[in-house]
Design a protein around this ligand. Structure first.
Ligand SMILES: NC(=O)C1=CN([C@@H]2O[C@H](COP(=O)(O)OP(=O)(O)OC[C@H]3O[C@@H](n4cnc5c(N)ncnc54)[C@H](O)[C@@H]3O)[C@@H](O)[C@H]2O)C=CC1
Ligand SMILES: C[N+](C)(C)CC(=O)CC(=O)[O-]
Length: 321
């Protein structure tokens, strides 16, 4: 089974926050883009959003041939997808709406054109249920702003062909993205599971009068947020275990998971879970020593801090603003 990976024409259905981000990314990569959205005034709003994103894209570097004028806004779903090599749906997050929309998209599209949905957490097996050629249907979950953030989670449904996942990885990589294949079809995928957990706790803290939204945002942006831009939670905590690494960290801080810090039920700390975490982080570390990882972490932190400081100053802000 082969799918189109050398794409020239990108179709975008739904041109709100996320759809317009996809259009901006595709245009900046030198593609022709065809867009459709049923809302009155949608074309004007889309063109405004693209113009607003363009200076950042120019700064990042446009691909040869990139131009805002290569966007064509059309009146029907069928016209939008008929000649497209790749289709990205970014319509409202409602199962019935997506089910119906994908029935129409897939009936009109070329059978070997990949069809992706930007959904944040609906299951592809459900909303692609009545699609034609469902083996080419995937989720491509992006992050806002889509034209700058590289991560895209790729999720297949019951009928998705493994070749479609590989083809989608190629397409998104060619668009300058970092694809992450979510191997199990679960609601919320990987990233939103994490983001929603943080969001849930943040709302509890506000609701209980513990902190203001600004204080919670400060707690993120001046601490873990800076680390997260270059090192994830598991490797960060490996360093927090000192020279003894993750096993020491698990022994010292693992029991705290049972304290009532959180409203989320904690998993039971079985030996199996500890081993999985220790083994996973050992693999992430590879041959690197704790000290060399610390130097890497500090270098990255300084670079990020410097970049944030310089950019804030350009906007007339202090670092603490
Ligand atoms: N906003 C966010 O932070 C993120 C959203 N997503 C996902 O992207 C998708 C779109 O979300 P947003 O852009 O935030 O919503 P939005 O509300 O900004 O845009 C949705 C657009 O879809 C249009 N629309 C309405 N009915 C439609 C239909 N039948 N077919 C096609 N388009 C239709 C609306 O006119 C609107 O322009 C959702 O599936 C959402 O879960 C994914 C990542 C992040
Ligand atoms: C709020 N959200 C679940 C729609 C967020 C995302 O899906 C990703 C993001 O950009 O944070």
């Amino acid at each position: 089974m082969s799918f189109i990976t050398d794409i020239k024409t990108f179709a975008a259905l739904g041109s709100g926050v996320i759809g317009s981000g996809w259009v901006a990314r595709a245009l900046a990569n030198g593609l022709d883009v065809v867009a459709w959205d049923p809302a009155p005034g949608a074309e004007e709003a889309l063109r405004k959003r693209i113009a607003n994103a363009w200076p950042a894209l120019e700064k990042q570097g446009l691909k040869p041939g990139a131009a805002q004028s290569r966007l064509r806004f059309v009146a029907t779903i069928e016209e939008c997808v008929r000649d497209a090599d790749f289709i990205q749906e970014s319509a409202p997050e409602r199962l019935e709406l997506k089910l119906d929309l994908h029935g129409r998209i897939s009936a009109a599209a070329k059978p070997n054109a990949l069809i992706a949905s930007s959904t944040s957490g609906l299951l592809p097996s459900e909303f692609y249920e009545s699609s034609s050629h469902p083996q080419r249907c995937i989720v491509g979950h992006p992050f806002n702003p889509v034209y700058l953030l590289p991560l895209v989670e790729i999720v297949g449904g019951r009928n998705t062909a493994p070749e479609a996942i590989e083809a989608a990885k190629q397409v998104y990589s060619a668009l300058g993205m970092q694809p992450l294949h979510v191997r199990k079809e679960v609601p919320g995928f990987i990233a939103d599971r994490l983001l929603e957990a943080l969001w849930r706790e943040a709302l509890h803290l506000v609701n209980d009068g513990v902190a203001t939204t600004g204080e919670i945002d400060d707690a993120i942006r001046f601490g873990a947020g800076l680390r997260w831009s270059f090192m994830g939670t598991f490797l960060t905590y490996t360093l927090a275990g000192g020279d003894a690494g993750m096993r020491h960290f698990m022994a010292q801080f693992g029991p705290a998971l049972q304290l009532p810090w959180t409203y989320l039920p904690a998993p039971e700390l079985t030996e199996e879970l500890i081993d999985a975490v220790v083994d996973g982080t050992s693999e992430q570390r590879g041959e690197r020593s704790i000290a060399s990882l610390e130097r890497y972490r500090d270098d990255c932190l300084l670079a990020v801090l410097d970049a944030v400081k310089t950019t804030k100053a350009r906007h007339g802000l202090n670092f603490s603003d």
